[in-house]
Design a protein around this ligand. Structure first.
Ligand SMILES: C[S@@+](CC[C@H](N)C(=O)[O-])C[C@H]1O[C@@H](n2cnc3c(N)ncnc32)[C@H](O)[C@@H]1O
Ligand SMILES: *[C@@H]1O[C@H](CO)[C@@H](O)[C@H](O)[C@H]1NC(C)=O
Ligand SMILES: *[C@@H]1O[C@H](CO)[C@@H](O)[C@H](O)[C@H]1NC(C)=O
Length: 291
């Protein structure tokens, strides 16, 4: 199901449960400056979770696979519109197990995936082999990309910025490796009341749809902050009208839900994620160009 029908259900469930969660939850605190270098001690986030062998990158219903429905068309359409149909070199920074990387390769990009977790990179290589797609994978850091200046037509960072302790350094590196005219595409999570209640309290703390300590709300980034960081790094952010939000659609068939409920818990209710033109309180997609 999709359309206004599932949006209504989404809002009703989210707000109803969320309101209760917000009432009993601790009050979130903010960092003095999200764009400063954040010491480990200031946040509660486990970036080593991706080093666990059982992180489940190859799970057919991995939450990041469900967001592909919203993000992959945005990335592909944006890059093709800005850069044309020819062969394009794309760097996927923080590629993890390659869930987005592999779809970008399937869409015809010449993709390099880079991630700080060697174990995730190995999982990504395995997946590429199974699908017979040629992708270069590299174990490395977003803060010091192992490439010359102007090496890529495009850079992608999907669900990564909200995990970074030094967003400015990562964006500086993105700008450096992009060729002039190159495009950076991303999605990340807004630091809003909505993301506190629904993503942190409900999905992560309560329902465990997202594992514990994957996200710290303090590290989420508002579109305004990100725009400033992109500009300071030397990129030209897209007009705000070109940013899209994301929202999940729900499975409403009781048979398919009950089959999945045991394995997936409450995540069984979430079908694919869709782009939403108006709502950017949760995950949002955007791009920026190197002049
Ligand atoms: C939520 S996962 C997203 C994975 C992938 N982009 C996707 O959307 O399917 C975040 C990834 O960022 C990686 N990461 C976090 N900090 C990083 C850094 N400083 N340099 C490179 N990768 C980093 C993690 O190892 C993890 O694989
Ligand atoms: C893709 O890019 C790599 C370097 O990043 C290059 O070695 C390779 O030849 C390219 N492949 C194609 C098909 O253009
Ligand atoms: C993102 O969150 C901020 C802070 O709550 C809010 O002011 C802003 O309206 C949100 N952005 C969108 C597009 O929803």
């Amino acid at each position: 199901m999709s359309g206004p029908n599932s949006l209504t259900i989404w809002l009703t469930i989210g707000m109803g449960l969320g309101l209760v969660a917000a009432l009993i939850g601790p009050t979130p605190t903010r960092l003095p400056d999200r764009l400063a270098v954040i010491p480990d001690s200031a946040v509660h986030i486990d970036n080593h979770i991706y080093d666990k062998e059982d992180f489940g990158w190859d799970d057919a219903e991995h939450p990041l696979k469900l967001v592909n429905g919203a993000r992959i068309p945005y990335f592909v359409d944006t890059l093709r519109e800005k850069l044309g149909k020819g062969p394009l070199k794309l760097l996927d920074v923080g590629c993890g197990g390659g869930i987005a990387t592999i779809e970008m390769a399937a869409a015809g990009f010449n993709v390099t995936g880079l991630d700080a977790s060697a174990i995730s990179v190995k999982a990504a290589e395995k997946m590429a082999k199974e699908r017979s797609l040629s992708i270069q994978y590299v174990h490395g850091s977003a803060y010091s990309l192992p490439y010359h200046d102007d090496s890529f037509d495009a850079v992608l960072s999907s669900d990564v910025l909200e995990h970074l302790h030094d967003v400015r350094q990562a964006l500086k590196e993105v700008t450096r490796v992009l060729r002039p005219g190159g495009v950076f595409v991303f999605d990340t999570i807004n630091r809003s009341v909505f993301s506190w209640v629904v993503i942190i309290r409900l999905m992560q703390d309560w329902l465990r749809y997202i594992p514990e300590a994957v996200h710290d709300w303090k590290l989420f980034i508002t579109p305004t902050e990100l725009r400033r960081a992109l500009q300071d790094a030397g990129l030209e952010p897209c007009p705000s009208g070109a940013q899209h939000g994301m929202r999940p659609t729900f499975r409403l068939n009781p048979l398919s839900i009950s089959r999945r409920l045991i394995k997936q818990g409450p995540g069984a209710f979430i079908d694919v994620w869709k782009q939403d033109m108006f709502f950017m309180g949760g995950s949002y997609l955007g791009y920026a160009t190197k002049p």
